[in-house]
Write a protein that binds this ligand. Structure first.
Ligand SMILES: [Mg+2]
Length: 176
């Protein structure tokens, strides 16, 4: 099935964090507190996606406070941290959202993401993902993880759904 066809039905995007919403780097301070770097364009993309009445969630194998803070900032309700085996938690999230797997897009970057990518309606990844993940994905962003790949995915889905032009128009000022 083509990307445009798969994208029509997507109502929920679930995203991995490390290597997707970040460049995969994890920084520890002297107290052992973990920090990560997020991209502002991904943030706006997530907000626009939500504003279009669609859902966004996070599923990550690691667990850190910084992810909670970023999720809160972006009003992301679905945040599942500390699940190395992601498929069962994704199944649970899909059931709770009362959606079918065909309505869900998952974006990941490494081997633990493969089972989820094979389960959902649209599988996506970043430009610098693991080779096998790039091979398995229906959508490979031209952007690297942490450099706007999620924004790119959101734009492409909304374009396929015929909603992107209207969103851009909201940002254009009309002079009269
Ligand atoms: Mg990852």
């Amino acid at each position: 099935m083509s990307f445009d066809k798969q994208a029509q039905h997507i109502a929920l995007i679930l995203s991995d964090v490390d290597g997707v919403l970040t460049d995969g780097g994890v920084i520890f301070d002297n107290e052992g507190i973990e920090t990560k770097r997020f991209h502002i364009r991904d943030g706006l993309g997530i907000k626009l996606w939500q504003k279009a009445g669609l859902q966004f969630g996070i599923v990550t194998g690691r667990s850190s406070n910084i992810v909670q803070i970023r999720a809160k900032e972006l009003n992301i309700q679905v945040v599942r941290q500390g699940f190395e085996e992601k498929l069962s938690v994704v199944r649970e999230v899909i059931a709770q959202s009362q959606l079918s797997a065909e309505q869900v897009c998952y974006i990941g970057d490494d081997l633990p993401d493969l089972p989820v990518m094979q389960h959902v309606g649209l599988s996506a990844t970043v430009a610098d993902a693991a080779v096998d993940v790039r091979k398995a994905a229906s959508f490979v962003s031209e952007c690297r993880g942490g450099y706007g790949a999620v924004r790119d995915l959101i734009e492409c889905i909304l374009r396929a759904q015929g909603r992107w032009t209207e969103i851009v128009q909201r940002f254009s000022t009309t002079s009269s």
